[in-house]
Design a protein around this ligand. Structure first.
Ligand code: ADP
Length: 542
């Protein structure tokens, strides 16, 4: 017997309808690419998104066509994205930090028909334009006054283009399983792979993000997603904020400490989210200028492991609660978030910190388990670590055009490529990426644990650990350090700081100092590049 409830397809356009109808006067504040901070409301955004949809149809864009955006977090990007998805096309968010060859590859692979691009990235597109096989038009996201001189053929100014359509437009209704968004994984090895979100997965994931134990957004919240919309849907915030009617503060092109502080303070931001590198810049700026964060209540940190020292600084020095989160592009991207449970109220700070340093527990609709190499499930005892597998309605079942073949096992589990522990309360802790763990004498050493510990040293700006070949142990850890400006911390200082805080055999065999550690397009340490740089390195212990 079937249930007798309405068919109400979970379409992304309904999210914006809801925001416009019930939170029409709520603000979206954007630092524009042109410079000034501008304001609009959900009602206005709704109107402009429908104009985008109508204009796209006039352009000949059809349901299922892929339309790309290369843009910062701002209202224009939001309206383009809702307009594209709302009319049934697929919004392909491009990461401008990708190498040009990768960009060309993914744009051709996705068969992008039209491209919306910020003025910032016009030179990037000019350089590859003749290699783009399917792009028929380029819309430059600015007004006539700021339209750059460009070699791109048929480049159109966004505001002129949009002026040709009014908002007398009704969103089409279609199957909720229709593709809505496309985002390629950074592809540190091999070609990037396309993750194709559906309307349904985006809506479900937005609701999961808004659950009280996840981001828990409300209409009273002022949220600043520093994490870009091209980085896995700004971690769901571009859907979750309009669903909740939260005020959105969009940082545009400026993510340095001073610019972020200016928005946090000026707009009285209560919640924010970004990768650890962004927070390093903000914390540095606060310290240098003796500033406080009186309005901010919560900061979500993910994308790479958040060092406990960062959690401690936010919570103890600035009174801001930190939620460590983990996820991946294939998971829309939220997989876990580290909110404590009721029973943890009143536990001593040290215990709290170790719990908060874990990546958190899964919200409803995300299933996780860990297995050994043979696929046997391992105990959830907080000690055993193994391959982390996930399942859920907002998790990929295959990549764009079947790239990479079958990605689920017989029971529908997706192997994340991460190695983790799970404790009896559901808290997951990433030990490492399976390919980054250091295999020493048949045992595993977590590069993340060593990095977290090393950055706790007051003179260390950033740390990375890679395995270096060793004649006796197969691999031993090399610690690579960027010193804080003006400091002269030595190998001995760092090693004695770490000594006693980890097992003896986990201690790095050597410390190398570098000016800079390379990062990939989503801000993660590029271990492949470090391995290349240090491929002939001989450890003093070898
Ligand atoms: P995203 O684009 O959301 O960063 P990617 O797909 O590029 O996702 O990368 C996902 C990977 O990033 C995860 O599989 C994991 O290795 C790493 N990662 C994400 N968050 C964390 C975290 N909090 N701690 C450690 N590693 C993390």
């Amino acid at each position: 017997m079937l249930g007798l409830m309405q068919d109400w397809p979970l379409l992304v356009s309904k999210v914006l309808d809801h925001a416009a109808t019930y939170h029409g006067d709520q603000e979206i504040v954007s630092r524009t690419t042109e410079g000034p901070v501008e304001r609009c409301t959900y009602k206005e955004l709704h109107s402009r998104a429908r104009r985008v949809a109508k204009r796209l149809e006039a352009q000949g864009i059809k349901k299922g066509d892929v339309v790309a955006t290369m843009a910062w977090n701002n209202a224009r990007h939001m309206e383009a994205w809702y307009g594209i998805m709302g009319m049934g096309a697929v919004c392909h968010t491009l990461n401008p930090r990708l190498f040009p060859e990768q960009l060309v590859y993914i744009m051709n692979h996705a068969e992008d028909q039209l491209l919306f691009v910020e003025t910032t990235f016009v030179p990037l597109i000019e350089a590859v334009a003749d290699k783009l096989q399917t792009v028929k038009g380029v819309v430059i996201m600015t007004d006539a006054a700021h339209m750059p001189d460009t070699k791109i053929e048929n480049a159109i100014c966004y505001e002129d283009w949009l002026a040709e359509a009014d908002d007398d437009y009704t969103w089409p209704q279609f199957d909720e399983n229709t593709a809505a968004g496309l985002c390629y994984t950074s592809g540190t090895t091999g070609n990037p792979k396309g993750v194709l979100y559906s309307h349904k997965s985006n809506v479900i994931h937005g609701m999961l993000a808004n659950a009280a134990d996840t981001l828990g957004l409300t209409s009273g919240e002022v949220i600043l997603p520093v994490v870009p919309m091209f980085h896995a849907n700004a971690w769901a915030i571009a859907f979750a904020a309009p669903m909740a009617g939260a005020k959105l503060v969009m940082p545009g092109p400026k993510m340095d400490g001073e610019s972020i502080y200016e928005l946090l303070d000026g707009e009285k931001v209560t919640a924010t989210a970004a990768v650890p590198t962004v927070w390093l810049m903000l914390l540095g700026f606060l310290e240098e200028n003796n500033l406080e964060l009186p309005h901010l209540n919560q900061v979500v940190i993910g994308g790479s492991a958040c060092p406990p020292s960062m959690i401690e600084t936010f919570e103890k020095k600035y009174g801001v609660e930190v939620f460590h989160a983990w996820g991946m592009t294939e998971m829309s991207p939220i997989g876990t978030l580290g909110r404590l449970k009721g029973k943890h109220a009143g536990i001593p700070w040290d215990e709290k910190l170790s719990l908060k340093a874990k990546q958190g527990r899964p919200p409803f609709t995300v299933e996780v388990k860990i297995t050994d190499d043979e696929g046997n499930e391992l105990p959830r005892d907080g000690k055993a670590f193994g391959h982390l597998l996930v399942r859920g309605p907002a998790i990929s079942k295959s990549y764009m055009k079947g790239e990479g073949g079958e990605i689920l096992d017989d029971d529908g589990w997706f192997d994340t490529g991460d190695v983790a522990t799970l404790d009896p309360d559901g808290y997951m802790q990433i030990t490492d990426r399976a390919k980054d763990v250091i295999k020493s004498g048949g045992e595993w050493i977590s590069s993340i644990d060593l990095e977290n510990l090393a950055v706790g040293h007051p003179d260390v700006a950033e740390a990375a650990v890679i395995g270096i070949e060793h004649p006796k142990w197969d691999e031993r850890p090399l610690l690579i350090i960027v010193r804080k400006e003006g400091t002269e911390v030595s190998k001995e200082d760092i090693l004695s700081f770490m000594d006693g805080k980890i097992a003896k055999w986990w201690m790095p065999d050597d410390v190398a100092f570098v000016k800079e550690i390379p990062h990939n397009a989503t801000g993660k340490i590029l271990k492949t590049a470090l391995r290349e740089t240090f491929k002939d390195y001989v450890l003093p212990t070898a």
